[in-house]
Design a protein around this ligand. Structure first.
Ligand code: HEC
Length: 263
C-alpha cells in the first residue's frame, strides 16, 4: 500500500499536530457529522412525500418537487401529500373535486370556504406563518389553484445561493482537516477533497434542468449521493487516523530525520 515517494515537506500528519488542534478538529467533525444527519432527515421529510408515497425518497419525488406534478394544481398536490392529514377525507375529496371542475368562485363561497376555515386557516391565515399561502379568500387562494409547475425559479435561486455558500464552508473545513490524513495514492486523496465541490455545482444546476428534462433528477440524486459518500469517507478516515490508527511508518521515519537534524 505505502509507496516510497517522500512526504511533502508541508504535510503534517495528525500525530504531528498539537493535542489542541486534534481536539478542535474532532469537535468540528462531530458537529459537522450531526449537521449532515439532520440535513438528511430534513431532506427526507421535505421531499419523500411529494409523489404521494412518503415512505421513500425517489426519482418521482424530485421530479414533482422541481418541475411539478404537471397534473393538478399546487392545492391538489398538497392535499394528496403533506396536507392530506389536515382534514377529513370527505372534505378533501370535496375540495379536490371543486378544483378539478374549474374552481368556481360562487361554489367556493357556498361549500369550500367553510371547509378551508375549519381545517386550514389555523396556519394559512397569512399571519401566523407569512411564508404559507393565505387561503382565507378566493383571491388569495388563486396562487395554489394554477397547474403545479414545481418550485419557482426564484425559490431555487434563493436555496441555491444558501447551499453554495454553506456547502463550500463545510467542505473547505472538512478538506483542511482531512488534508492531515495519510492517504495514498495522492490523487485519490485529492479526488475525495475536490469531488464534493463538483457535486454541489452539478446538484444545484440539475434542479433547474429537471424543469426542462425530467431525467436530470437522476443527476440530482447521483450528485447528492456522491457528496454524502465523500463526506462519510473523509470523516471516518480522519477520525480513525486522529485517534485509533497507528502513525504511518513513513511519517515516523521523517520524524526520526527531523529529530536528528534538530538534536
Ligand atoms: C398545522 C398547520 C397547517 C395546517 C392546519 C394546514 N397547513 Fe398547509 N402547509 C403547512 C406547512 C408548514 C406547509 C409547508 C410545508 C410543505 O410544503 O410541506 C404547508 C403547505 C401547503 C401548501 C403548499 C405550499 C403553499 O403554502 O402554497 C398548500 C397548497 C397547503 N398547505 C394547503 C393546505 C390546505 C388546503 C389545508 C387545509 C385542509 C392546510 N394546508 C392545512 C401547514 C399547515
Amino acid at each position: 500500500m505505502e509507496n516510497q515517494a517522500p512526504l511533502h515537506r508541508h504535510f503534517l500528519h495528525y500525530s504531528e499536530l498539537p493535542a489542541s488542534m486534534r481536539v478542535l478538529y474532532t469537535a468540528a467533525m462531530l458537529i459537522l457529522g450531526m449537521a449532515y444527519l439532520f440535513a438528511g432527515i430534513y431532506l427526507f421529510h421535505t421531499y419523500a412525500g411529494k409523489d404521494g408515497d412518503a415512505k421513500s425518497l425517489s426519482y418521482d419525488d424530485l421530479v414533482v418537487a422541481y418541475s411539478g406534478s404537471g397534473k393538478g394544481s399546487k392545492l391538489e398536490t398538497a392535499l394528496s401529500s403533506a396536507m392530506s392529514d389536515m382534514l377529513p377525507a370527505a372534505d378533501r375529496d370535496a375540495i379536490v373535486a371543486w378544483v378539478r371542475k374549474g374552481a368556481d368562485p360562487v361554489e367556493h363561497g357556498k361549500t369550500i370556504k367553510p371547509l378551508i376555515e375549519a381545517n386550514c386557516l389555523e396556519c394559512h391565515d397569512g399571519k401566523s406563518n407569512p411564508h404559507l399561502t393565505n387561503l382565507s379568500t378566493y383571491e388569495s387562494m388563486k396562487a395554489v389553484l394554477d397547474r403545479d409547475t414545481g418550485a419557482e425559479i426564484f425559490t431555487l435561486v434563493r436555496v441555491s445561493h444558501i447551499h453554495l455558500f454553506g456547502v463550500t464552508f463545510i467542505f473547505f473545513l472538512m478538506g483542511l482537516i482531512f488534508g492531515h490524513a495519510y492517504v495514498r495514492p495522492v490523487w485519490l486523496k485529492c479526488t475525495l477533497m475536490a469531488a464534493p465541490f463538483a457535486c454541489i455545482a452539478t446538484d444545484i444546476s440539475s434542479w433547474y434542468m429537471v424543469k426542462v428534462f425530467h431525467p436530470f433528477a437522476y443527476l440530482t440524486m447521483a450528485a447528492g449521493g456522491l457528496m454524502a459518500l465523500c463526506f462519510t469517507t473523509m470523516w471516518f478516515i480522519a477520525m480513525y487516523q486522529l485517534w485509533i490508527g497507528k502513525t504511518p511508518a513513513v511519517v515516523m521515519e521523517r520524524r526520526g530525520v527531523v529529530d536528528t537534524l534538530v538534536g
